[in-house]
Design a protein around this ligand. Structure first.
Ligand SMILES: [Zn+2]
Length: 208
């Protein structure tokens, strides 16, 4: 079947299954229901009338925990009676001081700049959609979000801390700081949002 699409607005009436690439025409569904692909049964979109409020609350909470995670030591290590506090920023700083500039640049983007940016973008998107303003900006922000989301490595960073904790536990005295728990909560919120809030759904809000 051939479909002729003349404008972006018309294009928004359709949705492609991300698994099997079958094209579907969007229909209105009831709250808390999902539209499924006719071919492979995977979820095309979901309707949750509370999505925007939930998303806004989650992204503000996430941002607070991210700030906490960066404000206090993640771990405290004792070497030969000397205490050393390790924060995310001090870790990046010591990479720079030791001449690992490229690594420091990558690390600061992957575990600091991108996660921070993502949560700010989420907050702006939810506020703008809630107020029904700046639709064009919301669309641009959604495109930007889709581009940087895969580069958020907070979860991988947390796993790497856990691995090094296990490895170093027998050699050093290690104390877990407040920021470690803040980071755990941040990563959980981050993973929950990635799983539950799809850019495609926000796109529907932004373009309808
Ligand atoms: Zn499908």
């Amino acid at each position: 079947m051939e479909i002729k699409i003349n404008s972006d607005k018309e294009l928004d009436k359709f949705i492609i299954c991300h698994k099997c690439f079958t094209l579907h025409k969007k229909i209105n569904i009831k709250n808390n229901n999902s539209a499924l692909c006719v071919k492979c049964n995977s979820i095309l979109y979901h309707r949750d009338d509370n999505l925007i409020n939930k998303g806004l609350a989650l992204s503000i909470t996430g941002l607070i925990f991210f700030i906490l995670a960066n404000s206090f030591p993640i771990i405290k290590i004792e070497i030969l009676g000397q205490e050393q506090m390790i924060t995310i920023l001090s870790m990046i700083n010591s990479l720079i001081l030791n001449g690992y500039y490229i690594v420091a640049l990558f690390v600061s983007y992957l575990i600091f700049i991108f996660p921070l940016l993502i949560f700010f973008i989420y907050i702006f998107i939810f506020i703008f959609i809630k107020l029904g303003i700046y639709r064009d900006i919301v669309v641009d922000l959604l495109i930007l979000l889709a581009k940087i989301l895969p580069w958020n490595m907070s979860a991988i960073f947390l796993i790497s801390i856990l691995v090094s904790l296990v490895k170093l536990m027998n050699m050093l005295e290690i104390y877990i700081g407040i920021s470690f728990w803040a980071l755990v909560i941040f990563v959980m919120i981050d993973l929950y949002m990635t799983k539950k809030i799809h850019i495609g759904e926000l796109w529907i809000y932004a373009t309808r």
